[in-house]
Design a binder for this molecule. Structure first.
Ligand SMILES: Cc1cc2nc3c(=O)[nH]c(=O)nc-3n(C[C@H](O)[C@H](O)[C@H](O)COP(=O)(O)O)c2cc1C
Length: 173
């Protein structure tokens, strides 16, 4: 097997983009990104991921009222889980958050593949987000994904380089 699969290369190169150019995200690319979220595996195939595409001026303004992490992105995906659809395990863990997170990860990676940067954002108050976007009670805000073409001076933050060694992550038994 080759040392670097294309996917691993992409995942190792991706970084959180926090500075965007003015170039709009094309509808066709957005569609591909959303498809990546649609095909994500979910617990018992319940598919509780729900995505709001914030791209009108009004919606983007609302987003910047509830989080400081919008970075002037032209599009923000607000990813929610539907608590009516999400599975809860026998020992009480609600898996909708996990499912929505897998969908978010897949969208982030597909975006990067298309040359579009993004940044996973959880720096918001769920209640404020629900109020701002008038979400029904069963929709739980899980993540925001500001996205767009990186600006010319976009670069990874210092945090990007702070990894852990493989030995800390992995235990062979
Ligand atoms: C669950 C989660 C929540 C995050 N929340 C924020 C956030 O609110 N604001 C932000 O700027 N970055 C946020 N990030 C991005 C992380 O800071 C970033 O992924 C990490 O520092 C590694 O950097 P990299 O993505 O450039 O490799 C979040 C990432 C994850 C996975």
């Amino acid at each position: 097997m080759s040392e670097h699969s294309e996917l691993l290369k992409l995942m190792e190169e991706r970084y959180s983009v926090r500075s965007y150019s003015g170039r709009p995200v094309e509808d066709g690319k957005l569609e591909l990104i959303l498809r990546a979220g649609l095909c994500a595996p979910t617990a018992v195939n319940r598919r509780p991921q729900r995505v709001f595409v914030l791209r009108s001026r009004k919606a983007l303004e609302k987003a910047s009222e509830v989080t400081r992490f919008t970075f002037g992105a032209p599009v923000i995906l607000l990813v929610c889980s539907d608590t009516d659809a999400g599975r809860t395990t026998d020992d009480g863990q609600y898996l909708g958050t996990v499912d929505a997170s897998i969908a978010t990860t897949q969208m982030m990676l597909e975006a990067w593949e298309l040359g579009i940067g993004s940044c996973w954002v959880r720096g918001f108050d769920r209640k404020k987000v629900s109020e701002a976007f008038d979400l029904p009670d069963n929709l739980l805000p899980e993540a925001m994904l500001p996205m767009g073409y990186p600006s010319e001076d976009s670069e990874p933050s210092q945090m990007h380089f702070r990894g852990i060694p493989m030995s800390r992550m992995v235990t062979y038994l």
